[in-house]
Design a protein around this ligand. Structure first.
Ligand code: B12
Length: 324
């Protein structure tokens, strides 16, 4: 099925490595085209990384195909400008972009975990920045969150739980990573036109990095993700979600006690008599490790990998919209 260029979403979600992999166009060429032509002007994160949308990727694939057929880049740009001036439609065949992400990388993401841990336990933020930036160049952002930042944090926390590093060092590392994630969260534009998803931690819960990573990924996906932070009272979240007409509430719990506090969410949503109550989903270590908790808490268990959770939410919201 052919799609018009304008049908492809314009949210900036792909870093340069992902675009290289999806289009076969090198980073050096992408930068040169950006300098010379107005063809693609990627958005930037707060720390200056380029971010491209699915529309950019589709357009670049189209450009590449024209060049494979023998046209020069300046000719393709001229064609495109003429098409835009005349209001012509550009059709681009869809391709499963996610299938080609993160392939062919020389170094696996796991190789970045120890350098990051070492940098953080030496209180060396400059080195930690370097490691994370290098990982962002090589891998997609979700991969960096799930396969580099998450295991580094777990390793640091385990060192602390085993008494091998001090609580100050653990707090420093968590604060640094939390700061980077909050910076990313704020770097994305506020999308009031997109479904609102409220993300936070269950009552009593102070483990917040899983929820924070998930909120950043929802934003990258174009959702209007609102991140509430640690230890939020359930009745308050439900009230806010209803007032704000949120599409979904997603909560995180690492301990059994905070997981069990989430049993209240569905009854409170039912009591509100709201005609279109938000959906309720949950995740976190408590649910990942104890299936009994999943049976006790009514709602959607979103799984242990936030990348799968995003796909599940997209499908749930689509089914709800289509009345299925
Ligand atoms: C860092 C850490 C802390 C930090 C948290 C800082 C912060 N601002 O977040 C601090 C120092 C505060 C802390 C405190 C405590 N901690 Co602690 N902590 C950890 C540690 C090392 C890492 C947790 C983490 O951030 N992981 C990284 C995140 C990204 O991974 P995650 O939480 O597992 O989430 C994954 C998925 O579940 C999913 N996910 C998470 N949330 C959500 C939500 C949604 C909607 C979705 C879709 C997915 C999702 O995403 C992640 C995968 O990428 C773990 C050890 C471990 N092995 O995990 C112990 C651990 C969780 N802590 C533990 C304990 C016991 C405590 C304390 C009770 C210790 C104490 N004596 O004070 C307190 C409790 C505080 C509280 N009231 O919550 C135990 C929990 C055991 C249990 N099941 O109850 C653990 C497992 C350590 C251990 N080996 O015993 N801790």
């Amino acid at each position: 099925m052919r799609r018009q260029l304008e049908d492809y979403p314009d949210e900036p979600i792909y870093n340069m490595k992902a675009v290289e992999q999806q289009t076969g166009i090198s980073a050096a060429t992408l930068r040169a085209w950006e300098r010379r032509y107005t063809l693609i002007q990627p958005k930037r994160t707060a720390s200056g990384y380029r971010l491209y949308s699915e529309r950019d990727v589709a357009l670049l694939r189209w450009v590449r195909r024209q060049m494979e057929e023998g046209l020069t880049i300046s000719r393709v740009v001229a064609m495109l400008e003429a098409a835009r001036q005349h209001g012509d439609t550009i059709y681009i065949e869809p391709q499963d972009a996610s299938a080609v992400l993160d392939r062919h990388t020389p170094q696996p993401p796991a190789e970045f975990v120890q350098p990051l841990v070492q940098a953080l336990i030496s209180l060396d933020t400059e080195r930690a920045d370097e490691v994370i930036e290098q990982a962002f160049v090589l891998f997609t952002m979700p991969t960096v969150y799930v396969e580099v930042i998450t295991p580094a944090l777990v390793e640091i926390g385990e060192l602390w739980h085993r008494g091998e590093i001090s609580i100050s060092i653990e707090h420093f590392a968590t604060t640094y990573l939390r700061g980077r994630l909050l910076g990313l969260l704020q770097a994305y534009p506020h999308r009031s036109d997109m479904p609102m998803i409220i993300v936070g931690c269950a009552p009593g819960e102070r483990h917040e990095v899983g929820a924070l990573i998930f909120a950043v990924m929802l934003r990258q996906h174009g959702f209007n993700a609102i991140y509430l932070g640690q230890d939020v009272p359930v009745d308050d979240i439900v009230q806010t979600a209803i007032q704000e007409r949120a599409a979904m509430i997603c909560l995180s719990a690492s301990s059994a006690a905070s997981a069990l506090a989430l049993r209240e969410v569905k009854p409170l949503l039912a009591q509100s008599q709201c005609p279109n109550p938000p959906l309720f989903g949950y995740g976190g270590r408590a649910f990942d490790t104890d299936p009994e908790l999943r049976r006790q808490v009514d709602g959607y268990y979103l799984g242990s990998d936030p990348r799968d959770a995003i796909n599940l939410i997209v499908n749930l919201l689509r089914s709800q919209r289509d009345g299925r």
